[in-house]
Structure formats: C-alpha cells, structure tokens
Design a protein around this ligand. Structure first.
Ligand SMILES: Nc1nc2c(ncn2[C@@H]2O[C@H](COP(=O)(O)OP(=O)(O)OP(=O)(O)O)[C@@H](O)[C@H]2O)c(=O)[nH]1
Ligand SMILES: [Mg+2]
Length: 340
C-alpha cells in the first residue's frame, strides 16, 4: 500500500543513573569516590533509503523509542550507551515538528540522515565529581513528527484517466505499470527509470519518470481520487501533460486540456507554471488527427503526437525531455555530432 502521510511519536533514550560509591582499603585513611557515569540515551535517527517506497511502516507503528542509557556502577564503571532507534523512510520524505510546524529536514538524497530526537546524557558519578553528590541523568527528547513524502522524479505525467499514461511509462521505462481501459487503474504514483542509449553522455543517461493517478474536473474538490497525488508532481522538473486525442472516453480533448490546466492551477501556481511538454496520445485512432488540428489552432503548435500502444513518436518525447532536463548536454552532443 502506498502511504505518503504519517504522524509518529519519537522518544530518545533517557540517560542512565550515575553511581555514588566509595573505595577503601586498609591502607587508605579516607575512602575514594569511584562511582561511574550513567550511559547516554540513544538517539532517534531517520535515514532516507532508496529501497523504500512508502511510509507504510510509520503509519502502523506510531511510536519509536530509543533505548535508555545503562546505569553506572562502582569501580568507575560507566553505564552502557543506549542503542539508537533507526527509522528508514523513502527518499523525498519531509519531516516537520507537529507542535511548531517547523521543518526539521527534507531527506532528498539517498542515505541522508537526521537526528530527530536527541538522547540525554547520563548522570555523572561521584568519581568524576570528586564529591559526594552525583548529578541526575537527563530525559531524552520526545516529539511528534509530521511526515510527508513527496517523490523525487524528473518528469511527472499528468492527464485524465485512460489517457494512456501507464502505457507510455511501461513503454519507455523499466517498470510495468498496470494498464486497463477503465478509469483510475493507477491508484498510486509509480516511478520508473528511463535509461539512455550507449552513446549518451553519462549525465543525461537516466532519468526518473513518475506515472501519476488520473486527474478529473473537480479533483481539487475531492472528485475522483482528488488532487493529493499532485504533491508528487511538485518536485518534478518537468510535467508531461498527456491527452487522449482520440476522445475514446467521449470527452473533448480540447476541453480535457483546459480542465487539467485549471486543476493544476487550483492545486498550486507553481505547478501550473512548471516546464511542460504536451503530448497527444492515441494518434493511431482515426478520430485523433481532426482533434489534433483543432487543438493546434486553439492552443499551441508545440504538441508531440504519439501512439503509446504502437510505440510511435516515443523517441521524440524522450529526446525533448532530455533537452529540457539538461540543455547543455544536448548542446554538447549536437556540437559533437556536427564536428564529426
Ligand atoms: N489505441 C490506443 N489505445 C491506447 C494508447 N495508449 C493507451 N491506450 C489504451 O488506453 C487504455 C488506458 O490506458 P492506460 O495506460 O491504463 O491509461 P492511464 O492514463 O494510465 O489511465 P489511469 O491509470 O486510469 O489514469 C488502455 O486500454 C490502453 O490500451 C494508444 O496510443 N492507442
Ligand atoms: Mg494508469
């Protein structure tokens, strides 16, 4: 199950008790304080992990506690350090303090880590203090975290249900996204990697593409699956706007385009003004060419006709995406090829 929001309580370990004890042998006139220090409590650490796709674990396990530090003993023996509690989350997880709403960390890179609750120091024993008293141990930090996942992909595909988003992603990337002729087949975002050709420069070789659930008119009011999945398009560099140009579901593709633009704007202005590539899918069907002509007259000439099912025009889309993701790389390449 794909979960992209969770709330969880984290509690770091308390410090162990310091010890008050004295050593004395027959040759000593006064006893010597020799109580050890209490161990430090464990931290709660959150680590971003590429291998994890969802916040499911945090949804069901709502309390994470690190171990307390061990108590000290005589002969200067310190208590054991409390073991850290490690929480692994997907890359793209954002952590906020629930009480203040302040951002703690945006874990955008694999293996990036952050201490969200610090373990308390142990109490000092009387061997350190050289006095009778020992200090009391600290209490480990505890807080409620709001955890949110915003996937990090280079390209996010948006469009009405059945536009052919999953067919496209399956054709160009390494994932097999479920394809069917009923709406909302895709219920959660799916990430795929598009690999480059052998000849591509290293930098522009691979990019990540996100197949997002379909958006319908009124999604911002909760219609269909709502617009909450658009959060996963927020961090993409490019939006790929896919239109069913053959109107297979009986809607007018020109209206689809306007409605989708409106929904994006309702969600956020930032999303509406992202780099966009408009793609006309299902061009293998006879109705499509008429609609495409009208679309070009009404909106823009800048639209790429494709047929995902027949794998036609896909290379051109990938090429345009690469140009937008890394304009310098394509310049390098074109100058290299022209100098050959
Ligand atoms: N003729 C034709 N049919 C297509 C093309 N691309 C996709 N389809 C069909 O359109 C239907 C929907 O395809 P999907 O890829 O599941 O569409 P989607 O946009 O992912 O749909 P949701 O996940 O429901 O939002 C399937 O029956 C596909 O076979 C195309 O280029 N030509
Ligand atoms: Mg789909």
């Amino acid at each position: 199950m794909f979960i992209d929001e969770a709330r969880t309580y984290v509690k770091a370990g308390d410090g162990g008790q310091g010890c008050e004890s004295y050593y004395r042998d027959r040759y000593m006139r006064y006893p010597r304080p020799d109580g050890g220090n209490g161990g430090r409590g464990g931290n709660v650490v959150v680590i971003a992990d590429r291998g994890i796709q969802t916040l499911l674990d945090l949804k069901y396990k709502q309390h994470y506690r690190a171990l307390n530090g061990g108590h000290a003993s005589s002969k200067g023996k310190s208590g054991k350090e409390g073991k850290d509690c490690v929480i692994r989350v997907p890359v793209g997880t954002i952590l906020r303090d629930h009480a203040t709403g302040l951002l703690i960390c945006d874990l955008a890179v694999d293996q990036q880590s952050v201490i969200v609750a610090k373990g308390a120091p142990g109490g000092l024993g009387n061997a350190v203090r050289r006095r009778k008293i020992v200090t009391s141990p600290g209490i480990g930090e505890g807080r409620v975290l709001d955890v949110e996942l915003k996937l990090i992909a280079d390209v996010g595909i948006v469009g009405f249900p059945n536009a052919g988003k999953s067919t496209f992603v399956t054709a160009v990337s390494n994932v097999k996204s479920k394809i069917a002729s009923y709406p909302f087949t895709t219920k959660q975002p799916i990430l795929g990697i598009v690999c480059g050709e052998e000849s591509d420069t290293e930098r522009q070789k691979n990019f990540i593409i996100a197949d997002l659930p379909g958006i319908i008119e009124g999604a911002h009011q909760g219609k269909g699956l709502g617009d909450r999945f658009l959060r996963h398009a927020e961090r993409t560099k490019i939006l790929l706007h896919m239109i069913d140009m053959a109107a297979t579901d009986g809607r007018n593709p020109l209206d689809d385009y306007a409605k989708l633009e409106h929904e994006l704007k309702q969600y956020s202005e930032q999303l509406a003004f992202k780099h966009k590539i408009v793609v006309a899918n299902k061009m293998d069907l006879p109705e499509a060419s008429g609609y495409l002509k009208r679309f070009k007259r009404k909106y823009t000439q800048d639209i790429i006709p494709i047929s995902s099912i027949q794998r036609e025009g896909l290379d051109r889309v990938i090429k345009v995406i690469r140009q937008k993701l890394c304009p310098e790389c394509s310049l390098d390449q074109s100058s290299a090829s022209s100098s050959k």
